[in-house]
Write a protein that binds this ligand. Structure first.
Ligand SMILES: Cc1ncc(COP(=O)(O)O)c(C=O)c1O
Length: 398
């Protein structure tokens, strides 16, 4: 209870689980001048197609300005739902698609419809921090399952998933680790989920951003009745448009739609019409490959610099085949939290890994985003990071 003047504000019980985002705090640090930041989770602004969007804006105003500025359907703009359904690699009816205000809202609607206080859910260890923040508001008991490149630990999943409301999984170029579940791992996850009747929430904002080979097909393609698939235009177009979507089995449509209505009535119709135009014109068939090429150069710069600078240090890192992140593990006795101030004083920032764990946090982990700094800045940043790690190794051994 907090007191302001003569009013008493009684906070809802659910707010006790809310905490300031560590990432936002770190971002503040990294915005200081002269710091190379690997901390942000933001897409590169170089990929934002300003000219194509300007032209699409003019066309939307000219052709359907009044409709675009009017209240719209809660489920989304019909042609966009059709285009999204048609673009997915398994059979999806347009009626199964709800257009959301970013995929973050899709996660919120799913949590609203499926969670009660104390209900169990399963997440990967580690997982996307923003999903943990959303789910926490609905006060579930969050269980976690470990795993590696091949998927989640199926024995742990079988044990923890029985009776849970769902497993939340990011099979492709995961935020924060960059890892992708292989074919066998996806099949195993879906088999266990089907076996124990565990619904799957699949979050897939990075699946299109592959560098060498596309990831295996989505979990939802294997198990459409037991899965809600969540997609986003943030990483393949622009996050500022706040456009995402979910694809849900028909049995859940009505409740999800009512939750969407209650949340914000509908996603901005103007933005939906912009994206519909771009999709219908085939814009993404050239735009997405251009993002892949850019991010591949960035990823190569990051991996090359790490190979060169981390020599002789007991440091390990992931080699992502797509997406935006490298995940690093520091030497014994060095936590990412302890390293961060030293790294910032050397001129580089990153996000410590611990907040991405719902439990059993590994404090030696950290996340490096490679998409925004230039290759030259990446080289400087990694050199600074290696200097900071070496300084602690020397101190520890003294
Ligand atoms: C895994 C994951 N899911 C969801 C989101 C939310 O994205 P948006 O709401 O912009 O679609 C992000 C953003 O970084 C993310 O990394």
């Amino acid at each position: 209870v907090s007191q302001a003047d003569h009013f008493f504000w009684t906070l809802a019980e659910r707010t006790t689980g809310m905490s300031p985002s560590v990432i936002r705090e770190t971002l503040k640090l990294s915005q200081r001048e002269g710091i190379v930041s690997f901390a942000g989770g933001l897409p590169s602004p170089k990929t934002f197609p300003i000219d194509a969007l300007r032209e699409a804006c003019i066309a939307v105003f000219r052709e359907s300005g009044h409709a675009a500025l009017q209240y719209d359907a809660s489920e989304g703009f019909g042609p966009l739902r059709e285009l999204v359904a048609a673009a997915l690699p398994w059979r999806v009816q347009p009626e199964q698609v709800i257009i959301t205000s970013g995929s973050q809202q899709a996660l919120d609607l799913i949590a609203k419809v499926l969670l009660d206080p104390g209900a169990e859910i399963v997440v990967e260890r580690p997982t996307y921090l923003g999903a943990l923040q959303t789910f926490t508001l609905f006060q579930p008991a969050v269980l976690s399952v470990g795993g590696g490149v091949d998927g989640v630990d199926v024995d742990e999943l079988r044990q923890k998933g029985s009776g849970a409301r769902f497993i939340y999984a990011l099979p492709s170029f995961q935020n924060p680790t960059g890892r992708t579940m292989n074919e066998a791992g996806r099949t195993a996850l879906c088999n266990v989920a089907a076996d124990i009747g565990l619904p799957v929430i699949e979050d897939d904002p990075y699946g299109d951003l592959w560098f060498e080979t596309p990831p295996p097909s989505p979990l939802a393609a294997r198990n459409p009745d037991g899965c809600i698939y969540v997609g986003s235009f943030s990483k393949i177009l622009a996050p500022g448009l706040r456009l995402g979507f979910l694809v849900a089995p028909k049995a859940l449509q009505a409740k999800l739609l009512q939750a969407k209505q209650a949340a914000d009535l509908h996603t901005p119709g103007f933005n939906q019409r912009l994206v519909s135009r771009l999709m219908a014109d085939g814009f993404f068939s050239t735009h997405i490959p251009s993002i892949r090429s850019l991010y591949k150069v960035q990823r190569d710069a990051m991996l090359g610099a790490l190979e060169k600078e981390m020599q002789g240090l007991d440091v390990h890192w992931s080699r992502p085949g797509g997406g935006m992140f490298v995940w690093m593990r520091l030497p014994t006795n060095l936590t990412a939290e302890a390293l961060l101030p030293l790294a910032v004083s050397e001129g580089v920032a990153f996000v410590p890994g611990a907040p991405f764990y719902s439990e059993l946090a590994d404090h030696r982990t950290l996340r490096l985003s490679y998409v925004t700094p230039t290759p030259q800045e990446i080289a400087l940043g990694v050199t600074a990071l290696a200097r900071a790690i070496r300084a602690t190794v020397v101190t520890n051994s003294q």
